[in-house]
Design a protein around this ligand. Sequence first.
Ligand SMILES: *[C@@H]1O[C@H](CO)[C@@H](O)[C@H](O)[C@H]1NC(C)=O
Ligand SMILES: *[C@@H]1O[C@H](CO)[C@@H](O)[C@H](O)[C@H]1NC(C)=O
Length: 333
Amino acid sequence: MVPIICIASIYLALSFFQGVEGARPPALYVFGDSYADTGNHDKQNPEVWQPWKTPYGSAWPGNPSGRYSDGFVLTDFIAKFLNLPSPSPYSQVREMPATGVNFAYGGSGVFFTYGPEYINISAQIDQFEQMAKGKPVDFANSLVLFVYGGNDYSVHLQKHGVRGIPILITRVVRQLSSLLARLHQLGFRRFAVTNLEPAGCLPSIRMPRSKINCSRTDNVLSSLHNRLLSQSLVSLRTFRGRHSKYILLNQYKSFLDIFKSGATYGFGAGLLESCCVGLMKGAGCGSVDKSGKALYKICGDSSKTFFWDGVHPTQVGWEAVTRNYKSLLDSLA
Ligand SMILES: *[C@@H]1O[C@H](CO)[C@@H](O)[C@H](O)[C@H]1NC(C)=O
Ligand SMILES: *[C@@H]1O[C@H](CO)[C@@H](O)[C@H](O)[C@H]1NC(C)=O
């Protein structure tokens, strides 16, 4: 009798852990910053309302939706690949929807960034825990989309320049890794984690220094972050990897591939320029004067440009960036 019991219990154990392979993710939970935010900031708060201003959202849905783009952002494309509705922003729902929630806030980091409205990722996870209390969450099969674009670095660079950045990178990546460990502890087993875009190519970094090409220094800093992050993912896979899956969404490579061969993606000249730019110092995309007159200009056709504003891709930009992500996500199911 003994062997049969053994076989039965092994079988049970195996089927118990089958969660992570096989089923399509039934829900998407999102943590991070503006590359992922789909409308968490308060429309009424002038400190944070940029993504609620015209001309944000002009390509889709036709008016501002709280996204930092002219249309869809990263989260929307990932949801589409999973055949899920784009998860509602946390601040717009009362009850946890069965298909997931988006907790990302534009401008957030792992530490304090621009102000208290920029809920750090640790506090975003607190919000998830509050909302999930007593709710059935399919932890084993749901996907966590974890998006970190480097706001802690932007804040530091503005205040202190590059001095101290290497130490900050170590601290940020350690914090990212412990946040991922916390999500694992909560029960999540499937993660899609972005690395940093080549920051030196962002118009907001290049334009003030009148650089036509990407800034090498800033790209080196992104690479340093990315190297440490990849190491962290390797160790998460090693120590928490059994029955877990950590997918790296390589934004650095995706952005650079597009910059190298823009034409094959349908982008024209001026690939590194923003479509929507402020007309003077201190004015950004969406700025208006006291009489409501626009203090920005927009390009003729935002479906031909990669960058929407100084930092964020257009909808077609995101479509190009995420082109390779679908097959990665398919490996979950
Ligand atoms: C994140 O924000 C919360 C709430 O403001 C704060 O208590 C916490 O210390 C912050 N975490 C970090 C790592 O800065
Ligand atoms: C910018 O990059 C192009 C193409 O790689 C190169 O030909 C050009 O010399 C660069 N310009 C500057 C100012 O570095």
